[in-house]
Design a binder for this molecule. Structure first.
Ligand SMILES: Cc1cc2nc3c(=O)[nH]c(=O)nc-3n(C[C@H](O)[C@H](O)[C@H](O)COP(=O)(O)OP(=O)(O)OC[C@H]3O[C@@H](n4cnc5c(N)ncnc54)[C@H](O)[C@@H]3O)c2cc1C
Length: 488
């Protein structure tokens, strides 16, 4: 590329939010450049790891049908209308009311039109399917409206095609290194690095859509805490908080829960960084139907405060706080048929007595037997009702178990080694309704925009399934349109 060329808008990243921003900016007649740090085959950050489910307002299956390929037979697929009020309530429930209401309202009100717009630029939709949810009941309804055709990889492919069709250049293996600011504190250009070295180019606006900092251990330690140092990364190795770093360096304000992230208990053998073939097979979330012990043989958390959907982020974090960031999930034969199907992908330790199991796990048998005996003395003799918050709790033990406290006494006993993983981070930049990055004096940094996982304030404590991609698309599109119209 001729490095002297000027661009109107440089988009950093080539995932969902970035490609929506690039497409919207080009549609608004801006000259756009996209920078992607990864090689082409790994493009898209966390996006390809998802089932590409989108949550949006709609009037039910008859309404949604219009977005499916012509002639699609929806059979007896049921879907009730999903109103703005439902969406708002679910945002509030998931985040315990902490979500930035202004941002959430924009996501909600623009969700459906953004789905239609994505359709118009070439994203094909299909009805959502996720077999892993079958044994994972939830109190927050699933409410995925549609999934992109062929999941996350399909979404990246279709959006890339849309951007290529607009003749927008995507530079792969080229990372944004820093922002160049003008004398009035406005964006003037960007410094990037490819295999040949550093280059600076001029532009009027930059859209940061380069994900969170989940794959950066130094930032994980700094913001999430030391226990996150060795968390396994479920998604892209390229989301290392570069956008957070450069924006903070030019005075951006932060928003949201910088100490918070999405994560899950995961099989101990999971790879350190996301592997597309394995990622979705690795979560281990049936802990509420058994107990968990650390390497000392002690329980360390209430495994049954709620359905896994509400607790797995916290439980993953609790596991990371244990010695060597690991634990064992122990089940008996009563739990076996209720475990999530993906447990089938692990070979558990199996024994006919707790003592034998302890020896297999390398745990002091006396301690493990005492832990299980104490639990059983306070637990109940009953069968699991995994889809009911059964209120069967332990009495006088610490930690207690609030639901599904059922004796573990039907051998053979099974133990699965688990650790904690990180999916993505919640803390990010403060933006306004035009997706402009706001500085610490509450003024927009002219020419600087952000969208996607890098935006803070949307998720706290928990995420809301299928709202991550949705907010990335909504603010990506808003950022692209506004950045295209921005005059220096
Ligand atoms: C296993 C898994 C499952 C998930 N499931 C869902 C789901 O079902 N529904 C949902 O809504 N969300 C889900 N998410 C979250 C979802 O993936 C993210 O919300 C979404 O991908 C974020 O999009 P983004 O465009 O902000 O970032 P990303 O899609 O992660 O893209 C960021 C891009 O920026 C690039 N980049 C980073 N640094 C630089 C740099 N310095 N220069 C240039 N490029 C750079 C990266 O390589 C990447 O291509 C899941 C995440 C994971 C890991």
């Amino acid at each position: 590329m001729d490095k002297d060329i000027n661009f109107d808008v440089v988009v950093v990243g080539a995932g969902n939010a970035a490609l929506c921003a690039a497409a919207a900016a080009a549609e608004s007649h801006a000259k756009v450049l996209v920078l992607e740090k990864s090689p082409k085959n790994l493009q898209g950050g966390n996006c390809p790891y998802t089932g590409a489910g989108f949550r949006f307002t709609h009037d039910g299956i008859d309404d949604i049908k219009s977005l499916l390929p012509q002639g699609t037979d929806v059979g007896d697929f049921q879907m009730s209308p999903y109103t703005a009020e439902d969406f708002r309530n679910h945002f509030m429930e998931a985040t315990y009311g902490d979500t930035d209401k202004d941002l959430a309202n924009i996501v909600i009100s623009k969700s459906r039109e953004t789905i239609d717009w994505m359709h118009s630029i070439g994203v094909q939709w299909e009805l959502p399917v996720n077999v892993n949810l079958e044994n994972a009941p939830s109190v927050i309804p699933n409410q995925v409206g549609l999934s992109a055709y062929e999941s996350g990889p399909g979404l990246v492919r279709m959006l890339t095609k849309a951007v290529n069709n607009q003749s927008t250049l995507i530079l792969y293996e080229t990372k944004m290194v820093s922002l160049i600011m003008g004398e009035f504190g406005q964006i003037k250009g960007i410094t990037m690095q490819d295999r040949e070295g550093l280059n600076s180019i001029s532009c009027k606006a930059v859209v940061l859509a380069c994900g969170g900092f989940e794959a950066n251990p130094e930032m994980r330690i700094k913001y999430l805490g030391t226990k996150w140092e060795n968390a396994k990364v479920r998604g892209s190795r390229y989301n290392t908080g570069d956008g957070h770093r450069v924006a903070l360096a030019v005075g951006a304000a932060i928003n949201g829960q910088w100490t918070g992230c999405h994560g899950t208990p995961i099989d101990l053998s999971a790879p350190k960084m996301g592997d597309l073939a394995l990622t979705d097979a690795m979560p281990r979330r049936s802990y509420n139907l058994g107990i968990m012990v650390n390497l000392d043989g002690n329980r360390f958390t209430d495994e049954g405060t709620g359905f896994a959907e509400q607790t797995f982020v916290q439980i993953g974090s609790d596991i990371l706080a244990q010695k060597r960031n690991r634990a064992f999930q122990i089940f008996d034969q009563r739990a076996l048929s209720h475990l999530e199907p993906r447990y089938g992908g692990s070979t558990p330790f199996k024994a006919n007595s707790m003592k034998e199991l302890a020896n297999l796990l390398g745990i002091n048998p006396e301690v493990l037997c005492t832990t299980v005996d104490r639990f059983n003395s306070e637990a109940q003799d009953a069968e699991y009702l995994p889809r009911t918050l059964d209120g069967r709790s332990t009495g006088n033990i610490v930690p207690s178990k609030s639901n599904w406290a059922i004796k573990i006494d039907k051998p053979p006993f099974l133990a699965y080694g688990v650790t904690g993983s990180i999916t993505y981070t919640y803390g990010g930049l403060k933006i306004d309704e035009h997706a402009r990055v706001i500085d610490t004096e509450d003024r927009p940094i002219f020419g600087l925009y952000a969208a996607g996982e890098i935006v803070g304030g949307i998720f706290y404590h928990n995420s809301l399934r299928a709202a991550g991609l949705m907010h990335g698309s909504v603010f990506g599109r808003i950022a692209g349109v506004h950045a295209a119209g921005y005059k220096k």
